[in-house]
Design a protein around this ligand. Sequence first.
Ligand SMILES: C[S@@+](CC[C@H](N)C(=O)[O-])C[C@H]1O[C@@H](n2cnc3c(N)ncnc32)[C@H](O)[C@@H]1O
Length: 303
Amino acid sequence: MHSQAAAQSLGSMRPSLTPPHDIRLEPVLPRVAGRTKMPGTMTANPQNFNAANLGDIAKHASLVSVLTDLARPDDKKAQLSMGIYFETHAFRPHCPLTEDRIEAWRRFAAPLAGTVAGARYLEMERIAVDEGRYLCSTSLAGLLLDTFDGWRARALLCERDEHCRDELARAFPAATLLEDCDRLASALDGMDAGSEPPGWVVGLVDPFVWSEAVSRSVEIWLKVLNRHWGMKAPVAVLCFGYGMGRGDWPSINAGDLRQVGTHETRIEARGLGSKVYGLSLMANRKARGIVRAGLEQLGWVFG
Ligand SMILES: C[S@@+](CC[C@H](N)C(=O)[O-])C[C@H]1O[C@@H](n2cnc3c(N)ncnc32)[C@H](O)[C@@H]1O
């Protein structure tokens, strides 16, 4: 069944992403000299502790949905178009999960099974989780885009942490790795030189904290995208923000590229109070209609 038709038929089955109140959100991890350390890795990147939380799941399910509809459409002709995929804050290809986290992931993600878009994400992640691993955004995208082999997508992955970058380089040898997202605008500029326009452009902006500085950077990236491909290809950029409610996103317009939808996940957990995780979709006219049905299934609201 075409994914959009399937999405429409399941449109009313919006998942409730409210977890049970008794769930333990933080994993029990060994502490080394006062620092929490993830088993099986030398990396002390704080994202190791956010992996598999509710916001992470909402983000990854949305990313899989956008990539499936824009970069791997059911339309055979469109499937042949090579695209550009980028992440401004890439992290690692995958990370280990403690038993607590595996249990949390299963319970948080279970409601997604009732939707086409969510089921696709679950199918990909479940195999890894069953082995005690957790696929992060780059691996989910990499699996969908044939590990960025230059046939289906050219990928730009920005990551400041050297250990994470080494892991990314091993997992995705064909991707271009940048040490800092400050370098993204000029790298995108370079991709335009003398080449065919891409069939699509998808990006993920995923900093730890959404700040004024991040907003300014996003505006620069969107302007570059709009200048090169805004009128030529569908362009969609997913932005994730911890603590960002629907009304908290700054208004950023870059030509035809602007915010077209938002997602908000709020959890109330005993002892932890209320947490909000938000997502915002920046897209041009060519991308909006294509990704809309899948994201609506996941609880997104479009303006
Ligand atoms: C929230 S995590 C990304 C999670 C990942 N996108 C996922 O969904 O699995 C943020 C990452 O950004 C990296 N980072 C922080 N500042 C950065 C910068 N200026 N440029 C590139 N990466 C940065 C951190 O090292 C961390 O790995």
